[in-house]
Design a protein around this ligand. Structure first.
Ligand code: CP
Length: 305
């Protein structure tokens, strides 16, 4: 694997290899402290980010490497009209690996054609966010010890939520997984995910609107934010943004073993009163993202430790 653009580029064996590497990094951080000495990561973020950019940067520093980059398009020559292809061709002269976020779907794939160094998709429009999926998978694995036989509820904006699309695709390859897709009518999972991923592989799923009714059967609840930046119409955003708000009351019928995930940032969709619930895993997920990005950098740079 030379680049990571879509999580489905990785087989389940490759994902397990990355998870095992992340677990080894957690257990033995000192072993990795110099493993990328002399290497540079470039973070090219044409869209805002806290977790993805900073966790990539923290990951590279913890591997002993260095970081260059920009955190908004207007501070790069994209503001003067430079193309993505030329930007990454330039950055490929300075860095050993590129992590790129862009509002246009497919932009990181375009970048792979001219970069000359590995490119990681750090989120492209409403399309994919494979390294968030790596964080999600490590969190599920650490909480449940398996990916098999889980009922996974995804709740909120399932239409534009790129993390949702990547997670459904990745989890659909494990035995006995069932999906409960909880959203308002306007924010349902795109049809191609239903037909090409779920129905094509005979994976059981339900599309429902009530979080309360879905709750008792769930092993994983993956909450998502309604993303203002993806709406063309402010009135639609305002009407839909608070459709689902997870509170301690709503968790009364949930399993004791439920794991609550959220890619973050959250706005209103999980009450802060839920944060102290032992089932809340979303800040563990943040940390797991850094470990998986460390494992990914090692893999793409072909560093043997
Ligand atoms: N989960 C995630 O992608 O967060 P950021 O937008 O802060 O990077």
């Amino acid at each position: 694997m030379k680049n990571l653009i879509d999580i489905m580029q990785m087989s389940t064996d490759e994902l397990q290899e990355l998870i095992d590497r992340a677990l080894d990094i957690i257990a033995n951080p000192a072993k990795y402290a110099e493993s990328c000495r002399g290497k540079k990561l470039a973070t090219l973020f044409f869209e805002p980010s806290t977790r993805t950019r900073l966790s990539f940067e923290a990951a590279m520093y913890e591997l002993g490497g260095n970081v260059i980059g920009f955190s908004e398009a207007k501070s790069s020559s994209a503001a003067k009209g430079e193309s993505v292809a030329d930007t990454v061709r330039t950055v490929g002269c300075y860095a050993d690996i590129i992590a790129m976020r862009h509002p246009k779907e497919g932009a990181p794939l375009v970048a792979t054609r001219t970069a000359g160094v590995p490119v990681v998709n750090a989120g492209d429009g409403g399309h994919n966010h494979p390294t968030q999926t790596l964080a999600d998978l490590l969190t599920i694995y650490r909480e449940k010890g398996t990916f098999d036989n889980l009922t996974v509820g995804l709740c909120g904006d399932l239409k534009f939520g790129r993390t949702v699309h990547s997670l459904i695709s990745a989890m659909s390859r494990y035995k006995g997984v069932k999906f409960v897709l909880i959203s308002p009518e306007e924010l349902k999972v795109p049809r191609y995910i239903i037909t090409d991923v779920l129905e094509a592989n005979g994976i059981p799923y339900e599309e429902v609107t009530s979080l309360e009714e879905a709750m008792p059967q769930l092993d994983i609840l993956y909450m998502t934010r309604v993303q203002r930046e993806r709406f063309f119409n402010e009135a639609d955003y305002l009407r839909l943004k608070d459709t689902y708000i997870l509170t301690p009351e709503k968790l009364r019928t949930a399993k004791e073993s439920l794991s609550i995930l959220h890619p973050l940032p959250r706005v209103n969709e999980i009450s802060v009163a839920v944060d102290d619930d032992p089932r809340a895993c979303y800040f563990k997920q943040v940390l797991n993202g850094k470990y998986m990005r460390m494992a990914l950098i090692l893999k793409l740079l072909e560093v043997n430790v």
